[in-house]
Write a protein of this length. Sequence first.
Length: 285
Amino acid sequence: MPELPEVEVVRAGLQRHVAGRTVSQVEVLHPRAVRKHVPGAADFAARLTGRRFDAARRRGKYLWIELDGSADAVVAHLGMSGQMLVQPVGAEDETHLRVRVRFADDGPELRFVDQRTFGGLALTELVAQGSGLLPVPIAHIGRDPLDPEFDLAAGVAALRGRRTEVKRALLDQTLVSGIGNIYADEALWRTRLHWARQTAGLTRAKAGELLEAATEVMREALVAGGTSFDALYVNVNGQSGYFDRSLAAYGQENRPCGRCGTAIIREAFMNRSSFSCPRCQPRPR
DNA sequence: ATGGGCTCCTGATGGC
DNA sequence: TGCCATCAGGAGCCCA
C-alpha cells in the first residue's frame, strides 16, 4: 500500500540506481501496465529506447523520471501493489513482472512489478508549474506536505472549502496529495477527529493540526522506511518498516487505543476500512 | 462544479 | 479438500 513515504523511498532508490543511465531496451510484458500511455505499448517502448534517465522526482504518490533534460518524462504510479526493482540482468522474472527496462551499460535492469495492475507507467510531457516542471497527467493534484513549497494555510483552506467528511477530503489528492487510507487514519487519530466529521465544521486551527499530524506521521514513516532498503532493491515491497511497528489506529481493530485503552474499532467507509478509537474520536451526531 | 459511488485487478484468508 | 465470500485500496470515471 504505497503512500507518500513509501513512494519517496522508491524515488530515492531510482535516483540512486538509474539516474544518468541510457535506456537500451524496453519490454512491456502486460499492456495494462502502460494503459495510461494512449499511443500504446509499442509506442511507449520505442520512444523510451535510447533516452537517458535524468532526475527522479515525486509529488504525492506519483513518481517521474525526466528524460535527457528534455520536456518529457516517464511517469509512474505504483497503485496498490506496484514495485520498482533493480535486478541483475538474467535474474529470474518475477511472477508479476509488467515492464522491463535494460540499459546501455549492461548493468542492473529496472523492473516494474505489479500484482494487481492498478499502477502503471506512461511517457508524457512536462509543463511549467510554480518554480518547476510537472507531468501533464498530474498537474491537477495538490502539493504534498513534504514539498518545500507546500502551503499549510492553502491546504487548510482547501480542506475547509469542501462540504464533505474530513476523511474523504484528506484522501482527495487534488486538495493535498500523498495521504492515503493508512496515514489518513493515523492523522485523524492523532488529532482526535472522527473520519465522518464535516470539514466545514472544523476550525482553521483544527484543520491545521490535522494536516500537521499527517505531515508528521509521514515524516516518521519515511525515516523508518528509508533505513530498510538494500542496494539491489529500490524498494522491497512497497511497504516501510513503519507499517508493522508504529501504527496507532490503522489495522488495530480490537487492540487498545494507545491513549485511553478503549478497543479500536473498524468501520466501513468509501468501500474501505476506517479505524478509530470510539472514545478519543467520537462519531459526530 | 461538486459530491459520492462504482470499478478496475489478483491473491490471501476465513468460514463452512 | 473445495468452494465461495470478503478484503486489500488508489484514483479515474460517471452520474445526479
